[in-house]
Ligand binder design. Structure first.
Ligand code: 6PG
Length: 274
């Protein structure tokens, strides 16, 4: 079924800056949507709109919005645009968590918390108690993972064996097909009991703390942000499979009861067959 022609914001149907293709490689998997944007700025703007819309919806239904923030440098513009939004998000009711963290102190330039703090959280009225960062200081990687799992379990009041249902999980995609800190070949990818694990990433020579697939696949919605030519191969493998896509972590993110949005720019979509 061809998607309906999209209205250009405020204009009649025509050449669009965004193209939606539903039900791509994940045939049979409902609610998978690919949105292709002209460039990184349009992508970041649309992602901020999606975040705000889901925040609004969650607040009207449940009185709070729980979001998992992505790491890396790709989301910086998304964070900045979100911070610049003058209205529409009741930050006092927003709780933010992280999909993963580098095993560094919170003030370290590599810290995912620091990136989000400097480009978003420091600029919006979110209570400190609503910022659930992965604590790394004076802990072993395994202890940091266990403590974060307990924090999530307590926050969602979860009995043993149950996984949290975040309102929105935002993820990036590495050029090798990793997402969060679920790297190809790492044990963390096959974890199906724990919510949070520590992983030693051999090629980076460092530990990472990461949420696991059962958590991502229990979310109410998942949104991937993928920008740039350097991600085109990984995106094509994640969406269309084929050689080298076996065991890649990103395509294993398939929320059972919610939409999976692939928000990508034209450069990243360059190798997609469709
Ligand atoms: C991290 C991330 C990681 C990231 C990808 C893409 O901590 O690095 O969680 O999964 O999303 O590596 O990173 P970029 O967006 O910076 O390319």
């Amino acid at each position: 079924m061809a998607p309906p022609p999209l209205k250009r914001r405020g204009g009649a149907p025509g050449k669009v800056s965004e193209r939606r293709l539903q039900q791509v490689f994940l045939v049979g998997e409902p609610r998978v949507e690919l949105r292709v944007f002209a460039g990184a700025e349009e992508l970041a703007t649309a992602a901020a709109e999606e975040f705000a819309a889901r925040a609004h919806d969650a607040l009207s239904r449940r009185g709070r919005f729980t979001a998992v923030l992505p790491g890396g440098s790709g989301p910086i513009r998304f964070f900045e645009i979100l911070a610049g939004r003058k209205s529409g998000i009741r930050w006092s009711r927003v709780h933010v968590f992280w999909g993963d963290e580098r095993f560094v102190p919170p003030a370290h330039p590599e810290s995912n918390f620091r990136t989000a703090q400097e480009t978003l959280l420091a600029h919006v009225p979110i209570p400190q108690a609503n910022v659930h960062r992965i604590r790394t200081e004076s802990l072993s990687p395994d202890a940091a993972a266990a403590i974060y799992e307990q924090e999530i379990r307590t926050f969602f009041r979860l009995p043993a064996g149950r996984f949290p249902r975040f309102d929105l999980v935002v993820l990036g995609l590495g050029a090798d097909g990793h997402t969060a800190s679920l790297f190809p070949g790492s044990e963390a990818v096959t974890e199906d009991v724990r919510m949070v694990v520590a992983a030693l990433i051999a090629r980076l020579g460092t530990h990472r703390i990461t949420l696991t697939l059962p958590v991502f696949n229990s979310a109410r919605a998942v949104m991937f942000l993928v920008s740039g030519k350097q991600k085109a191969e990984a995106l094509a493998r994640a969406l269309e499979g084929g050689e080298g896509s076996e065991g890649l972590p990103a395509p294993l993110v398939r929320p059972r009861r919610g939409p999976l949005l692939w928000m990508v720019d034209r450069a990243a979509s360059g190798l997609l067959r469709r």
